[in-house]
Design a protein around this ligand. Sequence first.
Ligand code: NAD
Length: 466
Amino acid sequence: MSVTDEVVAPPEWIAVETARRAFATRRTRSLAWRQQQLESLLRMFAENTRRIEKALSDDLGKSRVEGYLTEVSAVVGEVKLTLKHLKRWTSPRTVHAPIALGTARAQVVREPLGTVLIIGPWNYPFHLLFVPLVGALAAGNAVVLKPSEVAPASPTLIAELVAAYLDPEAVQVVQGGVTETTRLLECAFDHIFYTGNGTVGSVVMAAAAKHLTPVTLELGGKSPVWVDDSADIGQVARTLAWGKFINCGQTCVAPDFVLTTPTAAPRLAAALKTAISDYYGADPRTSPDYGRIVNERHATRLAGLLSSGTAVTGGIADVDARYVAPTVLVDVDLDAPVMRDEIFGPILPIVTVPDVGAAIDAINARPKPLALYAFTGKASDRRRLLAETSSGGVAFGSVMVQLGVPALPFGGVGASGMGAYHGELSVRTFSHERAVLRKFRGPDLTRLSRPPFTARTTRLLLGSDR
Ligand code: NAD
């Protein structure tokens, strides 16, 4: 075969092979390497905060404060927490060994999985790529990162920074879209961690199945909110307006729609209108704190949902400018277009139902959501919501803040995903928990279970009445 006949492997495969070779050197397993990578990650964020904020502003119109709070500080917090507990979270854990084994020690040893793929979405391009990366590095893996091409300024910066700060072989960044991701998915990984929509989630899972690769799927869904008349409606509105309109509603755990009683609905709608104007002024379009929709395709999709009810506030869109006003819709039916798929934009429909039982029925008629929120002073209704529904997570009296508790698992259930992460759970997600038993010399009761089985051992093992 001549030089010109040589088959050139695509760059995505080369990236995977490079990461795999780095893992094979065993250097990623050492505590020192893990620690050093995490410290470099901290430095990377500290020394490039302004550039990261600029990329987020270019991609999503995020204000500096929003970019810092929801992306930079989220990653930095996760790295610091992980560094603090790294030794403990990665050390073998001794567990009880049955007395029948005599003198023995049983341990759970967390070992890295190998080379893992992390596929990120566009809505929090840094947060949702780097928080999983923290767990993957802490667990001692080599990693291939695939940022989303939909938020274009971020992947370019991510590729530059990762190459400059992290192990240039063990941590690879592959840029590009569906073609590049598809090529990556042809490779055999030791784990795939995907965040994004469920349709692509099943593409990822099907590709992983070919290699028996385990997956974590962080998906989305319509996260419902139950509000009843016992709630402090002003406080509910201020909380919902914050959670719904931050990042223009392009948040996987954003409150998607509200279920409430016919008496609370008009009060809530009026209070939401006030809260929106308090946050973003009379014309949110001119507010430096109100973002933009990621692209025209999504802006067009959202504009089409504005007629699903009566707009109490907002209700307008400028697709060319990727602007959709913060909108509250009333008179919305449970089967209106805005109630079909995850909205993933700044439109909050309010649907009335007679009582909490009807709200529970409405929630259970849909796929299991990523989050469930409720504002009620009735402890019995909170208990019912917990006992009679299912969701990835739950927050009572607030929205989205459950994510800020590192000891709480973050993940979905059913259509909203499988697997979870954050804090120590991230290290578990990216580790194999190996069962290790060491038997010491000394008494061994297991010899009773070895043949020949005499009348005495039979009596001892099966009981005297058999
Ligand atoms: P996206 O379009 O950026 O896709 C995510 C990734 O999948 C990208 O890297 C992209 O290149 C890749 N991809 C797209 N099509 C593909 C294909 N056909 N084959 C292989 N790879 C492909 O992001 P998105 O899906 O629009 O993200 C929004 C969704 O993600 C929402 O449903 C949201 O709820 C969900 N989400 C979930 C979480 C969570 O933590 N659970 C967080 C953020 C977003």
